[in-house]
Structures are given as C-alpha cells and as structure tokens.
Design a protein around this ligand. Structure first.
Ligand code: NAP
Length: 308
C-alpha cells in the first residue's frame, strides 16, 4: 500500500497523546510535516503555521487538524484550497455553518473531509448499537463527569467562545448517543452553569426526547472527582445496557460483555484512509447541532468564578 503523505497541525495534548503514536505505526500514512506555533516533532519537517507548511510542501496529500476548534475553519479551508484531504479533530468547528461551508468546499474540490468523533470508535459502541437496534428503549441517562483541572490544565481556549466548556468532553457522549440510539433525539430543556469569570459552562443538565417521546437525560459536570464518570445507561424492555469508562467497557443486565481492546485513534486513521480511497467524505454534525441547541435553548445560571 502506498502511504499517503500527511501533515499534522496543532501539536498539543491530543496530538502527542494519540495522533503521533497512531500515525507512527499506521500503514496508510507517512507523517512528513507538522505545523505548530511553539512545538516541533522529531522526524518531521516543522513549520510554525499551516500556511507555511502548505507553501513549502507541495507533495503533501492530507492533513489532520488538532488545534482548538476556534482556528479549525481557517486551517481546513486553506488545506482544502491547496487540494488536500482533511481530517478534523472533534468538535468539527466552532460553529455549525463553518462545517457546512467546508463540506461544500471538499465536495467542489473532490477531496475527503472527515469530521472525526474518536469516542464513536470506542469498543463498546458498535456492540451497543447492534444490541439496541432490536430493543424497545424506555429511558436513557448520560453521566459525563470529570475534573477539569486534571483533564484540561491550563487550556484557556475551552473557556472562550467556541471552546464549548464542559461540552468539549460532553460532545463525546453525544457522539456515542447519536450513534447507538436507533432514533434521533431532540433537545427540550437545558440548564447551563457558567462561572462568573469565563464564557463557557462548567456544568450542564440536558433533557431530550427521542422521536417516540422516550426521555433522554444528560448531566455533564467538570466539578467532579477524583474518579471520572463517563457512562451511558439505556433501560430497555429486555434489560439495561451500561456503557462505562467512555466506551472501554460494556455491561448488559449487570454482566460485563467482552468487547475487545481500545483503539480509537488507529481506527480513526483507518477510516480516514478508507474514505480517501473511496473518494468520500464523512461529516456528521449531529453532536455539534445538539450542543448548539443547548446554547440556544439553555437557561443560564452564573456560578462561582473558576480558579485554575
Ligand atoms: P491543546 O493542547 O490546548 O492545543 C493543541 C495545540 O494547538 C496547542 O498546543 C497549540 O500549539 C495549538 N494552538 C492553540 N491555540 C491555537 C491558536 N489560537 N492558533 C493556532 N494553534 C493553536 O488542546 P488539545 O487538548 O490537544 O485539544 C485540541 C483538540 O483536540 C480540541 O478540539 C479537543 O476537543 C480535541 N481533543 C482533545 C482531547 C484531550 O484529551 N485533550 C481528546 C480528544 C480530542 P502551538 O502553541 O504550538 O501552536
């Protein structure tokens, strides 16, 4: 298999934790260049901006964008304009419309746009989806709670407009829910708890119904610890399904199910490679749309200032 030459943009926490190790052993991609204002990656040619990288690397075929969402649109637009295939970290953008514009640009350019949702590749997800397909769902309870100081130390962008606050992890739960539930869900109520000194919520309580009126609740909270809780509980006519640890574990009727190892980021790059080969894009904005609805319909409550 001829490797696709890849550029990686925004070398920070997720690039180092997941992208670089996944790309290093992937048969379908060859990391040739990186663009980051302050960081460099050994073994690749390094640039401080994506524009400099695109100008100097005419052989580049694809990019993977790992900077915060507020700068993703400009980076993706530049890469598509240069004729590259583009993979977006989640969330795919800071607004819904920018993702639609990118989708149109990719289509017009005949290039792949992949809006990735890493949590959908957790090992529990496809097993849960298959099991739920033939069940009658009675209720859904999403609990996505963690300590922001442990998981997002020093990340000022998450507290700025477009950074999503607690929806930055919460959107992972919504990406799983929109994949495993057999029917679409619609937001009916939201409460957003925002510290007085920042722009985005530190906690949120959400109520949805599915297309049949089945209640779905979600509680996101960054004031939680020391152990994180990343769970989705689905009660059905034939027992309860519980996704635990963000999708690394699955229980049905209280009994653990064997689901195989976690390989979210290798699976993302497998999918990106397949999309490029097939000449397709994969852009599902439903999780981001639900978050946008929460910001649109949510009641806002001010809570105590956030101190790092
Ligand atoms: P991060 O470490 O704070 O940021 C990534 C890098 O982006 C930074 O190190 C910085 O590198 C660059 N950057 C920051 N602000 C920029 C700006 N204004 N313009 C251009 N580049 C900028 O964030 P992260 O945790 O990796 O998250 C990045 C994305 O990945 C987010 O969308 C997040 O939701 C997603 N994600 C994160 C995790 C996680 O565990 N952290 C997990 C899954 C997905 P330079 O200063 O060198 O430019």
């Amino acid at each position: 298999m001829k490797k696709i030459s890849l550029g990686l943009v925004g070398i920070g926490k997720i690039a180092r934790d997941q992208h670089l190790p996944a790309i290093a052993v992937h048969e379908g991609f060859d990391l040739v260049a990186c663009a980051s204002r302050n960081a460099q990656v050994e073994g690749a040619r390094n640039y401080s901006t994506i524009d400099a990288m695109l100008a100097a690397e005419p052989e580049l075929e694809a990019v993977s964008l790992c900077a915060p969402p507020q700068v993703r649109f400009a980076q993706a637009r530049a890469a598509l304009k240069a004729g590259l295939h583009v993979m977006l970290e989640k969330p795919p953008g800071a607004s819904l419309n920018e993702v639609e514009v990118l989708r149109a640009h990719a289509l017009a350019a005949g290039r792949t746009l992949f809006a990735s949702w890493h949590s959908r590749h957790a090992p529990a997800v496809e097993v849960a989806r298959a099991w739920l397909a033939s069940r009658e769902i009675r209720s859904v309870d999403v609990r996505w709670k963690e300590d922001v100081r442990r998981w997002h130390p020093g990340q000022a962008w998450i507290w700025e407009p477009g950074g999503l606050g607690v929806f930055d992890p919460g959107i992972n739960a919504l990406s799983i829910a929109t994949r495993i539930l057999p029917r679409e869900i619609v937001l009916t109520e939201a409460a957003l708890y925002t510290p007085a000194n920042v722009q985005t919520p530190i906690a949120a309580d959400l109520k949805f119904v599915d297309e049949d009126g089945v209640p779905v609740r979600a509680g996101f909270d960054w004031r939680h610890g020391p152990r994180e809780e990343w769970e989705i509980e689905v009660r059905t006519d034939r027992g309860t399904l519980l996704i635990v640890a963000g999708g690394k574990h699955l229980e049905i009727g209280g009994v653990p199910v064997e689901i195989g190892p976690e390989r979210e980021y290798p699976a993302l790059y497998d999918h990106f490679r397949q999309l490029i080969e097939r000449g397709e894009s994969d852009v599902d904005v439903r999780p981001l749309r639900l978050v946008a609805d929460a910001f649109m319909l949510g009641r806002k409550y001010e809570v105590e200032p956030f101190v790092e």
